[in-house]
Design a protein around this ligand. Sequence first.
Ligand SMILES: Cc1ncc(COP(=O)(O)O)c(C=O)c1O
Length: 416
Amino acid sequence: MGLEEEKKLEARYVMSTFARKDVEFVSGHGMHLEDASGKRYLDFLAGIAVCSLGHCHPKVVSAIKAQADKLIHVSNYFYIEDRGEVACHLSRLLERDVAEDEKKPWRTFFANSGAEANECAIKLARLHANKRAVAAGLDPAEAPSLVITLVKSFHGRTLATLAATGQSKLHHGFEPMPEGFLPTPINDADALCRLMENVGDSVCAIMAEPIQGESGVHPCTPEFLALARRLCDSTGALLIFDEVQCGIFRTGTPFAFQQARVMPDVVTMAKGIASGVPCGACAARGELGDVMGPGQHGSTFGGSNIACAAARATLDALDSEEVCADIKRVGAYLADALASIPGVQSVRGSGLMVGADLIDGLDAPDVVQRALEAGLVINATGPHTLRFLPPLICTEAYVDEAMHILASVLQDGGDV
Ligand SMILES: Cc1ncc(COP(=O)(O)O)c(C=O)c1O
């Protein structure tokens, strides 16, 4: 079936929740995608930060094939091959910078998506506050339940994670939103302190993306994250980092928080963890890993045999000093190259998570469309902002190729 046929069927039978581009990729290898006509595209989006090893990495393909031949799914009523290994690997990665005698194990709940991972984190924070209230002999109905979030954040599309998402335009039409989420501006220490002074007793968690992705790559400063840590410590609230987009090596360290040197209590992740097989994870540090008990949370599919096999192969391939060094070096090269292109006003980000604002008069969605026609896949997060999330196997040569296309598109006329 060709693109036109597919478009007709999708127009009739698939909900139009995404404004889709006029292309159907039918194969992918490494940094490239291919459509049915054989046209090749250089991919600087990676399925929205998912395909970190590039498309169809041989180690991931063979792990998925081998697992599919053996067992695809059995449910969480049973033990699952590779799941303990993946959780142990995540725990090791999360504790990477911690002194040997201060290391604690992390325990993970496996979900299917970033939103589900965040649902788990929110429930965990509320349950933790509830248990503390009970232990202190207080009425659990009075336990802290507010979650402080950040303006312009994105945490998912389920009702609770949408309520946590500090972009009210995304709430419209879905009211009433679940209660208990209060957004405060990113990197505004005074505003966060004031909010905690006013409502701190009712706060069960502060939840933040160390680098906001969907709103156009906006990093939290290390000072702001450290302040959030101190405020949580002073009240007993949990510090939750949503690393669904910036985690799993995207910024050149296993997790972005490691560059800010601020240790959270709970970390959520998803996109890059299993190379495109649906997998989300909510990990909690030390004793917080025991907050959820049997029956208090669950998922039919989460942490399935196939997801765990894909996650294990992905983490094994990504976890090396060389890969981290390459991501940092190529990411800096990409940021520098972008900054030197006429039409680009400013660049921000970390590693291979980079955003660029365009000068007035340039329309980012139009640039994305023309780049696609010229064979480069990128993404716009707003009218003036481009986002670059290439596979983590990207090299300087691919950056040069992508920047050549982008520079041509940004020139008047845009012919490449
Ligand atoms: C930081 C962050 N959190 C959560 C989500 C939601 O993830 P999912 O689409 O897998 O539910 C996203 C998706 O873009 C994200 O970027």
